[in-house]
Design a protein around this ligand. Structure first.
Ligand code: C5P
Length: 300
């Protein structure tokens, strides 16, 4: 086999409840992930060494050195297999970079699946999930896809049933936000109020909405504890969220650590109309309609 191509989805968090800061610098979460139909493609070609090149949207903002999570993933997989392997990774980006949609995690998950196949390792899914959890809190979900709740750092996943397809619009912001910076701002805002931080709990009405495929109800129960921090760091996102509500969004929320904003639509046609309205009004340069849930990383 001379090359393997893998398609990996973006995610939005339909519930992101953040517990107190842990001693290891992470937060315990109840993190309900939902995979949506914006896909990066990761191709692994036979090669002597592990390298990466990036094309597609926002490619110039992706690091191609040791910071690159796909390179880290390929190296971690080779180490797990106990041998030196090479792969020339070619990533085609459609997922916003540093946008709160797990774009870097998607590329890492894609690299794991592609190299597992290219190198003929045949490692089972559970092994890939374990390596994924060490690479980043969101990487296991990028492998799994669908809709799932993550606890711990977000890496301990249980699949959640959904009763239908949900339609979304994602308004891409200029420039990204650092996940670590948004969590730190969340801690700072909380310390300033001095209020006790409750232990995160999975929302029952949100589960019911997902199970019933009820977009109206899901829209009403979307929550993101990182949103106040993202809005403090990027105040103009408040206008973006308000614009989506004006165009009839059933729910409007910052996606993960942001700055991408997510809008839940009534159906595919409404999502298309909302995306067009958001761009023509100048509120965002790029608004992407998408649906979920979709599968995780798959060989195509
Ligand atoms: O796990 P990952 O490397 O993606 O996390 C990036 C950063 O986000 C961490 O360094 C940490 O600051 C923050 N984070 C957190 N609690 C989590 C997940 C991430 O504080 N559960």
């Amino acid at each position: 086999m001379s090359s393997v191509t893998v398609r990996v989805p973006a995610k939005v968090n339909v519930q992101l409840s953040v517990g107190p800061l842990r001693e290891d610098g992470y937060h315990d979460l109840v993190n309900v992930f939902h995979a949506v139909s914006i896909f990066d493609e990761v191709v692994a070609h036979e090669s002597e060494s592990i390298t990466v090149t990036v094309g597609g949207n926002w490619a110039d903002r992706v690091p191609i050195d040791n910071e690159n999570l796909a390179i880290q993933a390929a190296r971690a997989l080779a180490k797990h297999a106990g041998r030196t392997y090479g792969a020339a990774l070619v990533i085609h980006k459609a997922i916003p970079v540093a946008g709160g949609m797990a774009g870097g995690s998607a590329d890492a998950a894609g690299a794991l699946v592609a190299c597992n196949e290219l190198w003929g390792l045949g490692l089972p899914f559970d092994d890939l999930m374990e390596i994924a959890g060490d690479l980043g809190s969101d990487v296991p979900f990028s492998l799994l896809g669908g809709t799932a709740v993550g606890i711990g750092r977000g890496e301990q996943l249980s699949e959640l049933p959904t009763g239908g397809r949900f339609h979304w619009v994602f308004a891409v912001a200029e420039g990204g936000l650092s996940t670590a910076a948004v969590y730190a701002e969340c801690d700072r805002l909380r310390a300033a109020t001095g209020a006790e931080i409750p232990w995160p709990q999975l929302s029952d009405p949100l589960l019911e909405a997902l199970g019933a495929g009820d977009a109206r109800k899901l829209g009403a129960y979307l929550t993101n504890d990182l949103q106040p921090a993202a809005l403090t760091l990027r105040p103009q996102l408040a206008d973006t969220l308000e614009a989506g509500r004006q165009y009839g969004a059933l729910g409007a929320i910052v996606s993960g650590s942001g700055p991408t904003c997510a809008f839940l639509a009534t159906d595919a046609a409404h999502a298309d109309r909302m995306a067009a309205a958001l761009t023509t009004s100048g509120i965002t340069r790029t608004a992407i309609p998408a649906h979920g849930p979709v599968p995780g990383a798959v060989v195509v």
